[in-house]
Design a protein around this ligand. Structure first.
Ligand code: SF4
Length: 326
């Protein structure tokens, strides 16, 4: 066995840990929902789509008896629970579950459900709905799927907003994906507002508190460090946005990694300071794993930079609550 490296030989590294980071209330609720369903009904519990975009979380739940499927046709007709992920689902999914009398439990984040409701209200009031978001993201598929095909126009970029031509500019509303870049979205909204002054905005911002707070913390830390590392999955929208925010804030080296093994150490060679954050679906245990990996190569000093306090909590889906007190 080789001797432990002499701490005196390690280069110093100041780590600024962003706060808030990691799990949001919607992710906690979705994971708790699967765990509670496993406890209450026993395995298998079916989960449509990754419950949250994190391989580690999915593997842990799979180990406990969750079975992940992409579509309901992979779920046998039975009394087994089927949980819909935090990202939300198109209306056709609960409709199909009801038709087959499946035991469906909806773990859609309440802040995504809010966007679904708003889109539905606009549609009922005869407004054309513009959705600002990323094509093919499950949340966007779910939100667009609340309304009949063609009722929602997806806008992904400022150029899309400039090129968009509505059916009737006086009957227009917009909604957004919850995990977008605040700055990019503000630019797109400004273009839409300038072109269509009557466009109806969400009552309360659709980009959620967790996305906002994590981006703000990165904006504070990124200009002060030589490199920034985001713990999260490549298919996690809010994690990708955190990396972009760090880049735009002037940070020279940025990386998105899922586990310590994914770290490309060549990016971090001569750095003296490092910012670390985590996407809303990344558990704290992975942040700790990554800090440990840096501790094995550098003499680290960790400092937390906090830009907001969070106390948001969402109760479990009704079917999984033991009693009203919960
Ligand atoms: S990122 Fe926001 S919208 Fe998405 S699950 Fe978390 S709290 Fe809900």
């Amino acid at each position: 066995m080789s001797a432990a490296p002499n701490p005196a030989e390690k280069p110093p590294l100041r780590i600024l840990l962003c706060a808030p980071r990691g799990f949001c209330a919607g992710v906690v609720r979705a994971i708790d929902a699967v765990e509670r369903a496993l406890e209450k009904y026993g395995p298998p519990v079916y989960v449509r789509h990754e419950i949250v975009h994190n391989k580690y979380v999915v593997q842990e739940l799979r180990r406990k008896g969750a079975v992940f499927v992409e579509e309901l046709d992979e779920v046998p007709d039975s009394d087994r629970p089927v949980i819909f992920s935090a990202h939300g689902v198109p209306k056709s999914v609960p409709d199909e579950a009801a038709r087959r009398a499946l035991f469906a439990i909806d773990a859609t984040c309440p802040l995504v459900t809010k966007v679904h409701r708003e889109a539905t209200v606009h549609f009922k009031r005869g407004r054309e709905v513009v959705l600002i978001g990323h094509r093919d993201h499950p949340e966007v598929i779910g939100t667009m799927g609340q309304l009949p095909e063609g009722a929602v126009t997806l806008i992904e970029t400022a150029d899309d907003a400039r090129a968009f031509s509505p059916r009737d500019a006086a009957k227009l509303a917009y909604a957004t994906q919850t995990t977008l870049s605040i700055d990019d979205t503000a630019e797109i909204v400004a273009i839409l507002r300038e072109r269509f002054p009557a466009i109806v905005a969400p009552h309360k911002e659709d980009i959620c508190y967790a996305t906002t707070n994590r981006q703000e913390a990165v904006k504070r830390v990124a200009p002060e460090v030589d490199a920034m590392l985001v713990v999260g999955a490549p298919n996690s929208s809010n994690s990708q946005r955190l990396r972009e925010v760090a880049e735009r804030a002037g940070c020279r080296g940025t990386a998105l990694v899922q586990r310590a093994d994914d770290i490309d150490w060549s990016i971090f060679g001569a750095i003296k300071s490092l910012g670390i954050t985590a996407g809303a679906s990344a558990p704290e245990v992975l942040v700790e794993e990554i800090i440990d990996a840096f501790a094995s190569r550098y003499a680290i000093e960790v400092e937390t930079v906090s830009t907001a306090e969070e106390s948001v909590f969402f109760p479990l889906p009704r079917e999984l609550r033991n009693d009203a007190a919960e």
